[in-house]
Write a protein that binds this ligand. Structure first.
Ligand code: DAH
Length: 372
């Protein structure tokens, strides 16, 4: 302890200080001591120690000066001691806080290692199903279609009846349906739509021809999950109705879509099929995208994807059954049109060579990252 430091533990009387001038020079001495401390290299003396030494609550030098010099000063010196102590305090506070701010920022500076790679904050991407939706929407936008929407909770009327599927029609069996468990007395029944086709009806109820819509959305069926089934999957419904739409417009539109989606070299064909709301109904196939339609795999064996046929089933479609127009007050003698229902998950699986539909719903980033 330097002599100046030891002085603070004695009273002014004991130090022989009796005049204001002596008080001032005593304080000047302490101030100089403080300034010397502050000029020391921060590495030589711990920062916290310095703070404690000067402004520590119990035994910091300023507290000692207050106790030993001010409190017990003789009445004629008290005023000067008080003033000098206040000046010293504000000097100490100011210098300490300036030093502290400087040391904070220099610590922060030390923690930046410019040789380290930056922190990558990955930005999410659209789910592959959403990307396929987008791609298909863009193709149909380019030929004058717009997007329509409808509810996922439907009435049997829109999901079945108005689509020409009466109550005991066997096709309802194909679509094992989730019915909602409604409270007693609630108007019902309600179900989770089994396809996007009800939006055909909802759209035609609202609009007069010409109508050109696609309806992307979720649909639900009571299927047990496996590599090709899921209780929820995705469809895009398509509907075009006008006064002069022909079967050629229909097949030409589908062919255009398939070529845009899978590539110009893909061929299409259709086979007769059955849906209650289309007449005639067809099933569209595309030449197998895996073996180029040859039926033979690169290895020389039979292509496993098309089982050697060279064709892959894509989706159902057809000319809108005139009976459907009856439900929406369109005149079947004046209008004609076509409709289609594309299973998106299946199409995405074909396009990207995915053989398990479940990967779409597991949200494993190792899978999702492959669709940047
Ligand atoms: N709604 C049918 C289904 O989910 C698919 C479908 C077939 C939709 C033919 C259509 C269509 O619009 O014309 O199985």
């Amino acid at each position: 302890m330097t002599t100046s430091e030891s002085k603070v533990s004695q009273t002014l009387a004991a130090l022989g200080v009796t005049t204001a001038e002596q008080v001032q020079s005593l304080f000047a001495e302490v101030r100089q001591l403080f300034d010397e401390d502050m000029s020391k290299d921060a590495v030589q003396i711990l920062w916290k120690e310095l703070r404690d030494k000067w402004i520590g609550r119990k035994s910091g030098l300023l507290t000692l000066i207050g106790d030993n010099w001010l409190k017990v000063a003789s009445p004629d010196l008290k005023r000067t001691v008080g003033q000098e102590l206040n000046k010293l305090k504000s000097h100490v506070q100011e210098v300490l806080s300036r030093r502290e701010a400087a040391s904070d920022s220099s610590e922060a500076g030390q923690s930046i290692d410019l040789s380290l790679p930056g922190v990558l904050r990955p930005i999410g991407t659209h789910h592959p199903i959403r990307q396929v939706f987008q791609e298909i929407e863009d193709i149909f936008f380019s030929i004058g279609f717009s997007v329509g929407e409808g509810p996922e909770i439907e009435t049997p009327y829109y999901n079945f009846e108005a689509l020409n599927i009466p109550e005991h029609h066997p096709v309802r069996d194909d679509m094992d349906t989730f019915y909602l468990d409604l409270p007693k007395g609630a108007p019902g029944p309600l179900l989770l739509r089994t396809h996007t086709s009800p939006v055909q009806i909802r759209t035609m109820e609202k609009r007069q021809p010409p109508v050109r819509v696609i309806v992307p959305g979720k649909v639900y069926r009571r299927d047990n999950p496996d590599a090709t089934h899921s209780f929820m999957f995705h469809q895009i419904e398509g509907l075009a109705v006008d006064t002069d739409i022909t079967f050629c417009d229909f097949t030409g539109t589908i062919d255009y879509f398939v070529k845009q989606f899978f590539g110009e070299s893909v061929k299409t064909r259709f086979r007769p099929s059955y849906f209650p709301f289309t007449e005639p109904s067809v099933e569209f196939d595309a030449s197998c995208v895996f073996c180029g339609g040859t039926g033979t795999a690169k290895s020389g064996g039979t292509c496993g994807k098309c089982k050697g046929s060279g064709w892959i089933e894509l989706f159902g479609a057809g000319m809108v059954d005139p009976a459907v127009y009856g439900f929406v007050n369109y005149d079947p003698k004046k209008v004609s049109g076509f409709a289609f229902g594309i299973g998106i998950d299946r199409l995405a699986m074909l396009k990207y060579g995915i053989d398990d539909i479940q990967v779409f719903f597991q949200n494993d980033v190792r899978f999702l990252r492959q669709f940047p």
